[in-house]
Ligand binder design. Structure first.
Ligand code: 5GP
Length: 183
């Protein structure tokens, strides 16, 4: 669906489908250059990264493998605690592999920094991060994402995989959720 289809629930379209597509294509050209001559394993974090993974993987003009993890963050509320439980682990052995974690958004960065060190401990050749969106909070923690699509303001966004209570994941664009929806 498009933002117009649920216009009453949104305050603003932040990124259009076309903007996302163009930015992903540019990131793919960087990734192709950086990983030339090396194997590449993309690891998507369920469920938010489904759209970016699907579009990124198909835009790449080279062969990649894809695997998925599901994690859940302990702790109450909407704030990430940084204590993470693996709900679904990888099927792939990471030993000697070049790993690129594909994420929807970096907010506090706590989830990703836990994930990166967890994957690092499995003996890969390298672990890098690709995130479509990054919020200002992310600057506080040393989360070194090699590829970032867009820096966005500190608002709660939905669409392109990102949900509120499992809704709005199938929005084609990224929009700001209206406060009356979660108030
Ligand atoms: P972090 O550990 O970086 O604080 O948490 C990142 C996770 O929080 C993301 O993977 C995402 O699930 C969720 N998150 C952070 N900001 C937003 C947002 O603006 N909208 C949505 N839908 N989820 C968010």
């Amino acid at each position: 669906m498009e933002s117009a289809d649920v216009a009453n629930d949104l305050t603003e379209v932040l990124l259009t489908e076309q903007q996302i597509r163009d930015r992903i294509a540019a990131m793919c050209r960087e990734i192709e250059r950086d990983y030339e001559g090396r194997d590449l394993l993309l690891i998507g974090v369920l469920k938010g990264a489904v759209m970016v993974m699907a579009d990124l993987a198909r835009e790449l003009k080279r062969d990649v493998e894809m695997d998925w993890m599901a994690v859940s963050s302990y702790g109450a509320g909407t704030q990430s605690s940084g204590v993470v439980r693996i709900v679904k682990d990888l099927d792939t052995d990471l030993a000697g592999r070049h790993v690129l974690i594909v994420e929807d958004i970096v907010d506090s960065g706590l989830t990703l920094s836990w994930l990166r060190s967890n994957l690092q401990s499995r003996g890969p050749a390298s672990v890098e991060i690709c995130a479509l969106l990054r919020k200002p909070e992310a600057a506080k923690i040393e989360i070194d994402a090699r590829y970032v699509g867009f820096e966005i303001p500190n608002a709660f966004v939905v669409g392109y995989g990102l949900d509120y209570a499992e809704r709005y994941r199938n929005l084609r664009d990224v929009s700001v959720l209206a406060p009356h929806v979660y108030a």
